[in-house]
Ligand binder design. Structure first.
Ligand code: S3P
Length: 420
């Protein structure tokens, strides 16, 4: 296979229907599988991560039908028979590249009375799992790991106990892992975060009728043991704002850019990118506000802009954690110096995203300084990325999809072709 090569464009006018949200797609399979009845999921994300979650539940005996023929609307139907119907998988469960899959399933499987082995690819096997193993162990879970990393062997037990857990990091994966364990634990399981992370689990658990108690915006969430099965639901998955972000930045940085992004999830715990567009003087509008499966959705229009530098940190970080590589591309086109701080979590994503983002910018010819918790980016004031001394720019993504897509966006406004 040859590497993708992106070249400069002068016109970027598109209407794009954004594929389904990854976080919500995972959760729809998980909750559909433990609920009773037929959960129908539309606009499901068919990327490898969510397919691994689908296959995981099929190997536990859940009947799941898929119809992916219409790429505009992939459909999944989950015939849930309740949580007690889940059976030990005959094989180990491979979760590919998916941190969400591994951490959420570890929580759920900790409270189910059978053994499960979870494995992943090289990147996933190097990511920290102690952050869920430790609190789950406090709840009574028995999990074997390779020094805190996958593969994980979970010796499930129905004797978990609810705990009060103050998480040292804002992570929806940790929070969701404990919430799913809490469904099978005695007493109350409470999680308190330093800053609010995405709340898709809370919203969907509520939608499926679970005993969860939380308030939008609050840093604390509690759940009790399931007394009765969750009820199957219709889930229309909103488009993933993290995918929409690439097109937003593309439209903002190219000459004559204008994109209309349809069906974008605008859950406030995910809209840090929108705040940043505002802070950086990007020309955009949000229209057609509506709600699907307890999630706010809208269409977003973004146009070429005179971008201004800003400072990004604090409570904004968990609300835009996956968008930072492409925000770095936006910042590199601004007038002035942009500072990104408090983003140390980036070091434990699919790659060390502080290092891979800084390297991407350097290859594109941007002046950038790596810091312990982020980076400082000198903007090119709208000038196309100059690249280095070679005839074209080569970006090593370290296998990280978000670095690849951010480099694609940069290629649309680069003097030299960008090879990914
Ligand atoms: C996710 C949570 C985030 C995000 C990941 C998906 C989720 O991770 O980076 O892509 O679906 O819960 P953390 O909350 O652990 O930072």
């Amino acid at each position: 296979m040859t590497n993708p090569i992106i070249t400069k464009t002068k016109n970027f006018k598109r209407t794009i229907k954004i594929p389904g949200d990854k976080s919500i797609s995972h959760r729809s399979i998980i909750l559909g599988s433990i609920a009773k009845g037929r959960t129908e999921v539309t606009n499901f994300l068919t990327g490898e991560d969510c397919i691994c979650t689908q296959k995981a539940f099929q190997s536990l005996g859940v009947e799941i039908e898929t119809n992916f023929h219409d790429l505009e609307n992939p459909i999944v139907k989950v015939n849930g028979k309740g949580i007690a119907a889940l059976r030990q998988s005959e094989t180990e469960i491979y979760l590919g590249n998916s941190g969400t899959g591994m951490r959420l399933l570890t929580g759920l499987f900790s409270g189910l009375n059978f053994m499960t082995k979870l494995t992943g690819d090289e990147s996933l096997s190097s990511r920290p799992m102690k952050r869920v193993i430790d609190p789950l162990s406090q709840m009574g879970a028995k999990i074997e790991s390779s020094e805190g990393k996958a593969p994980l062997i979970i010796h499930g037990t129905n004797k978990l106990k609810g705990i009060n857990y103050t998480s040292p990091v804002s992570s929806a994966q940790i929070k969701s892992s404990l919430l799913l364990a809490g469904l099978n634990a005695d007493g109350v399981t409470t999680i308190i975060e330093p800053e609010k992370s995405r709340d898709h689990s809370e919203r969907m658990l509520d939608y499926f009728g679970s005993p969860i108690s939380y308030h939008h915006g609050s840093l604390e969430v509690s759940i009790k043991r399931l007394e009765k099965d969750l009820e199957a639901q219709l889930v229309r998955v909103p488009g993933d704002i993290s995918s929409a972000a690439f097109f937003m930045v593309a439209a903002a940085i190219v000459e004559n850019g204008e994109v209309e992004l349809l069906n974008v999830g605008i859950n406030p715990t995910r809209t840090g990118i929108i705040d940043v567009l505002k802070m950086m003087n990007v020309n955009f509008s949000i229209v057609n506000l509506r709600e699907d499966a307890k999630e706010p959705v809208a269409d977003i229009i973004v146009r070429s802009s005179e971008i201004k530098a800003t400072e990004i940190g604090g409570e904004l970080i968990p609300r835009l954690i996956d968008e930072i590589p492409v925000i770095a591309i936006l910042a590199a086109q601004a007038s002035g110096t942009t500072i990104i701080k408090n983003a140390e979590e980036l070091k434990v994503k699919e790659s060390n995203r502080i290092a891979t983002t800084v390297n991407m910018l350097k290859q594109l010819g941007v002046t950038v300084e790596e810091t312990i918790d982020g980076m400082i980016i000198e903007g090119l004031v709208g000038k196309a990325f100059p690249g280095g001394l070679d005839s074209h720019v080569v970006i090593d993504t370290k296998g990280d999809h978000r670095i690849a897509m951010s480099s694609d966006v940069a290629g649309l406004h680069s003097e030299k072709a960008v090879e990914i």
